[in-house]
Every structure is written in C-alpha cells, then in structure tokens.
Design a protein around this ligand. Structure first.
Ligand code: SAH
Length: 254
C-alpha cells in the first residue's frame, strides 16, 4: 500500500444511492478519512476503521485545509459535497487553499464529479435545460446582493433558462421575493417555473407553475428553482404531472 496520502473531492449527488456514481462509492469505500458537512456524512453508512471529520455548515476553507492536512500526513482523505463538488461546493475551496499554500501543490488531489441538483430537477420536470442556461446562487453570504441582482437582470435580458441555487436565506427570507420581483419585471408572466424540493429523497416534491402565479416563499434551502426562457414550454397531461421543455433552437431574436 502506498504511504503517499491523497485527497479526493467527491460529489454524492442530490440524494439517494441511485444518483451516486460508482466512482464516488469506490473512493468512499477506500478512504481512511471522510471529511464533510455533517448532514452529507450522515448519508454515508459507517465503515469500520474509517475516521470521520464532521464540520458545521460554512467553514468551507477550514474544512478544505483540514482535508489537505490529512492528505499531507499520508491519509487517503475523501472530502464529500452534496451534488457535484465543483458546483457551489467544496472543490473551489480546496483549490483556493492550495493557491494560498505552495507546499500543498504537490499533494495528489483529484475531483470526482456528481449529479448536480439542477440536472436532477431538470430530469424530473422533462428537459427545461435543453437550450442555453445559466446557474445563479442566491446566497449572499459570499457576494453582495447587488451582484446577484445584476446577474439575474443580465440572465433575463439574454433570455437564458436560469437555475437558482440556495434560494432561501434564513437570515434574509425576503431575498427570494425580491429576486422574483426582479424576474417578473423582465420576463413574461407565462414563463414556466419549476420548484424542485429534496430531489432523490423520500420527501421529494416537484411542482410546475408560471412566473406570474409562482409563490417564491415556498422555496427553502432544499429547493432548486428553474425559471424558463421565452422558448420554454409546458405540456399538460391528464394522467400525470406536466412536462417542461426548452426546444433545442432559439427562434426569438433578442
Ligand atoms: N453542490 C451542490 C449544490 C450546493 S448549494 C450541487 O451540485 O447540487 C445548495 C443548494 O443546492 C440548495 O440550496 C438547493 O438549491 C440545491 N440542492 C442541493 N441538493 C438538492 C436536492 N436534493 N433537491 C433540491 N435542491 C437541492
């Protein structure tokens, strides 16, 4: 066995073993140490001889440094994130830590991808991400609210489908309503909207509505929202929930 330590930054998918990649499962099984936010570690059954380092929410950089220290000391560390580790998650924090500490550049580090919440939400609804789209986090912990507003306005003006991560802030519950007010001022009231909550978990709930009728206050931190472009369509069905799709080509001239 190699004495050289390593760090693998692994995505668990949105929830449920069926959405975890075989590679993620293999890396977790081979780890000496698991590091991550406690609610993600809870999703992994305990294995004998495997150490767990649960951390609170926030503290991303400290968690990344802790995982790098473990790898440096010869451990096979696995740092877990929900969804994909590169989408609003831990991978960027690890590279930020490495950028600030030259001696960490020689550590064996690799990222293992996961299904991100936006993909799971899109799959449940149909194919809303079938044409150009963007993803915006509404969390203003790491950026000023003014930046978020500018990006929402620019994405609306460019007629992207928009996936909204982190829609509800406990500290500022009104922000999601401000975001919807801005979107409503720029987009048609008939624009399809998907609220996808707790994807892949027992309490999963996906609902389809339109921008003019959407109640943004229903979104919590387990919700991913997809806002359509001007091309996105809803196909109603009598025997099940509607399909939502965005055609492959854009007809409208901006
Ligand atoms: N790395 C994660 C995203 C972390 S940001 C990923 O790739 O999915 C956290 C946000 O992701 C949540 O506020 C929510 O908007 C979304 N999210 C994560 N898991 C989800 C799930 N199972 N169902 C719905 N949304 C989810």
């Amino acid at each position: 066995m190699s004495t050289r330590g390593s760090l693998r930054i692994v995505g668990l998918g949105p929830g449920g073993a069926q959405w975890m990649t075989p590679e993620a499962a293999e890396l977790i099984a081979g780890a000496t140490d698991l590091v991550g936010y406690s609610s993600y570690l809870e999703r992994i059954p305990p294995a004998e001889g495997q150490a767990r380092h649960a951390t609170g929410n926030g503290q991303e950089l400290a968690r990344a440094r802790h995982a790098l220290h473990l790898a440096e000391s010869g451990r096979r560390a696995v740092l877990v994130s929900g969804g994909d580790p590169g989408v609003f998650a831990m991978a960027a924090a690890v590279f930020e830590a490495i950028a600030g500490e030259p001696r960490w550049r020689s550590i064996d580090v690799a990222v293992s991808p996961g299904i991100t919440a936006m993909q799971a939400a899109a799959a449940r609804a149909g194919a809303p991400l079938g044409h150009d789209f963007c993803a915006i986090s509404l969390s203003d912990n790491l950026k000023p609210w003014g930046v978020i507003e500018r990006r929402l306005a620019a994405a609306s003006a460019a007629d992207f489908v928009i996936a909204l991560y982190n829609p509800a802030s406990e500290a500022r519950p009104g922000r999601i309503c401000d975001a919807f007010a801005l979107l409503r001022s720029m987009k048609d009231a008939a624009t399809p909207v998907v609220f996808a909550r707790a994807l892949g978990r027992a309490d999963e709930d996906v609902s389809v509505t339109v921008l003019g009728a959407a109640d943004p206050s229903r979104a919590d931190m387990s919700t991913l929202i997809i806002i359509g472009s001007s091309e996105t369509r809803i196909i109603p069905r009598e025997n099940g929930p509607p399909f939502v799709y965005t055609p492959r080509g854009a007809k409208a001239v901006l």
